[in-house]
Ligand binder design. Structure first.
Ligand code: HGY
Ligand code: MN
Ligand code: MN
Ligand code: MN
Length: 416
C-alpha cells in the first residue's frame, strides 16, 4: 500500500464520527439525554460489543487483557514497531453524558476508518484502546485498569475491587465475557494520545477549539465512616446524642472550607453518603461517605490531606463519635510528554484551530499511561463546561476538530 495522500492532507469524516457517538449513546440512554453505562454492567458489555464489532468491520484485530482492557490493532508497514495508541473509556457516571470517555474511544476508531478510506499505511501499527473502569464510580478507585496496565496497581488488587454490593471486578469481567487472556501491561506503546472533552468551562470561555493538555492535577480519595449511637429522635436529649450525621455534615462543611482555602485551583467534593439506619425518627448511628480532593500542586494536596485529618478527629471527639478515615487512592499530578504535547500543538496549528495550553482538572487513563509511554491529550470544549451530567454536550465541529488534531498527532508519531 503506497501512501497516495500525505498525512498532512488527511481529514476525518466528522459526520461518521458524530453518528457513531449518537449510536453508542443509545446504549444506556437516560431520559434526560445522557447515559448510564456503569463499568462492567450489561450496558457496558453492549457498548464494548458494539465497539468490537465496528473495529472488526474496520479490519482490526481485537485482543482483551485480564483487566478487560480492549486493544483494536491496525497493522502498519513495520509491525515490529511499538504501536501508536489512542483511546479512553466507555464506562460512564450514573448520570453521565454522551461524550465523556466515549469521544476518545470513537475518535480513535474514526482515525482508523480514515486511514482505511485513504488507503494510508503508517510505519508503526495503530491501536485503539478501551480502558476498563476509568470512572471509579461503581468500583473505586478510578482509572484502575489503566493503572494495572501501567504497573501502579497489581492485577490482584484490580480484580478484587468491590462495588457497594460486594461484587468484584473479576467476577463482573467473567460475567460479561471480558475477562481476557492477555497479560496486563508489559506492552509498549510508541506514544499514546487521548481525545477528551475538557469537562470544565475554560476552552469555551476563551473561545478556543483545542486544548493542548500539558498535564493533569493530582487527586486524593478518602472513605470516612463515623460511628455514634442509634437512639430515639423523641426522648433523647440533644446533649446526650452521638449523632453520626451531625459529625459527617460538619466534615462536609470543612471539606468545602479546605477547598476554598486553597484557591484558585483546589477542588473538594463529598459525592457519596450512606446514612444508617436512614430512618426519619432514629438518630443516625453510622454514616459512610467519600471525599475527593484535587490540586495541580502535590505539596498543597498534602496540606489539604493534613487539614482534613485534623478537623475530622476534632469533630469526632467533640461529638463523641468513632472515626475511621482511610485514604483509598492517591494519584499525583502528571506532566505529559513534551514531544507528544508539541505533536498535538503542531496538529492544531497545521489545521488552523484556535488553541491554548490547559491542565486537566479531571483524571484520565492517560495520567497512568504517561508512566509507561510518551503520552498527551487533546481537549475540545463542552457546553457550559458541564460534564458528569446528562446535559453534557459538544458541537459536531469541535468533535471533528479534536479528532483531526488527534489524527495529525498520531501520524506524526507513527511515521517518526
Ligand atoms: O474523576 C475523574 O476525574 C474521572 O472522571 N474519573
Ligand atoms: Mn472521562
Ligand atoms: Mn468521567
Ligand atoms: Mn475521567
Amino acid at each position: 500500500m503506497s501512501n497516495t495522500a500525505s498525512g498532512k492532507n488527511l481529514r476525518i469524516n466528522g459526520e461518521r464520527l458524530w453518528q457513531s457517538l449518537m449510536e453508542m449513546a443509545k446504549i444506556g440512554a437516560t431520559e434526560k439525554g445522557g447515559v448510564c453505562r456503569l463499568a462492567l454492567t450489561d450496558l457496558d458489555r453492549q457498548g464494548r460489543d458494539l465497539f468490537v464489532r465496528w473495529c472488526k468491520e474496520a479490519g482490526c484485530t481485537v485482543s482483551v487483557d485480564r483487566m478487560g482492557n480492549i486493544f483494536a490493532r491496525r497493522p502498519g508497514r513495520d509491525n515490529s514497531l511499538p504501536p501508536i495508541g489512542t483511546g479512553s473509556h466507555l464506562d460512564s457516571q450514573p448520570t453521565g453524558g454522551k461524550f465523556d470517555g466515549v469521544y476518545g474511544v470513537l475518535a480513535g476508531l474514526e482515525v482508523i476508518r480514515t486511514l482505511n478510506d485513504m488507503n494510508y499505511e503508517t510505519a508503526a501499527p495503530v491501536e485503539v484502546v478501551v480502558w476498563t473502569n476509568e470512572e471509579g464510580s461503581r468500583f473505586a478507585p478510578a482509572m484502575v485498569a489503566s493503572g494495572v496496565f501501567a504497573g501502579v496497581f497489581d492485577e490482584e488488587y484490580g480484580l478484587t475491587r468491590k462495588d457497594l454490593d460486594g461484587k468484584t471486578m473479576g467476577e463482573e469481567l467473567q460475567r460479561i465475557g471480558y475477562a481476557g487472556d492477555l497479560p496486563v501491561g508489559g506492552r509498549k506503546f510508541g506514544a499514546f494520545f487521548e481525545a477528551h472533552i475538557e469537562q470544565g468551562p475554560i476552552l469555551e470561555a476563551e473561545q478556543k477549539t483545542i486544548g493542548i493538555v500539558q498535564g493533569a492535577q493530582g487527586q486524593r480519595w478518602y472513605e470516612i465512616t463515623m460511628t455514634g449511637q442509634e437512639a430515639h429522635a423523641g426522648p433523647t436529649p440533644m446533649r446526650r446524642r452521638k449523632d453520626a450525621l451531625l459529625g459527617a455534615s460538619r466534615i462536609v462543611h470543612e471539606v468545602n472550607r479546605i477547598g476554598l482555602a486553597h484557591q484558585p485551583y483546589a477542588c473538594a467534593t463529598v459525592g457519596l453518603m450512606q446514612v444508617s439506619p436512614n430512618s426519619r425518627n432514629t438518630i443516625p448511628g453510622k454514616v459512610f461517605f467519600t471525599v475527593d480532593f484535587r490540586h495541580p500542586d502535590d505539596a498543597t494536596l498534602s496540606k489539604m490531606d493534613a487539614e482534613l485529618r485534623a478537623c475530622a478527629s476534632r469533630i469526632a471527639e467533640e461529638i463523641g463519635l468513632q472515626l475511621q478515615l482511610e485514604q483509598i487512592w492517591y494519584s499525583p499530578p502528571v506532566a505529559f510528554d513534551k514531544a507528544c504535547v508539541s505533536a498535538v500543538q503542531s496538529g492544531a496549528e497545521t489545521l488552523g484551530y484556535e488553541n491554548m495550553p490547559i491542565i486537566s482538572g479531571a483524571g484520565h487513563d492517560s495520567c497512568y499511561i504517561a508512566r509507561v509511554a510518551p503520552t498527551a491529550m487533546v481537549f475540545v470544549p463542552c457546553a457550559d463546561g458541564i460534564s458528569h451530567n446528562e446535559v453534557e454536550s459538544a458541537t459536531p465541529r469541535d468533535i471533528a476538530a479534536g479528532c483531526n488534531v488527534l489524527l495529525q498527532a498520531m501520524i506524526a508519531r507513527a511515521n517518526a
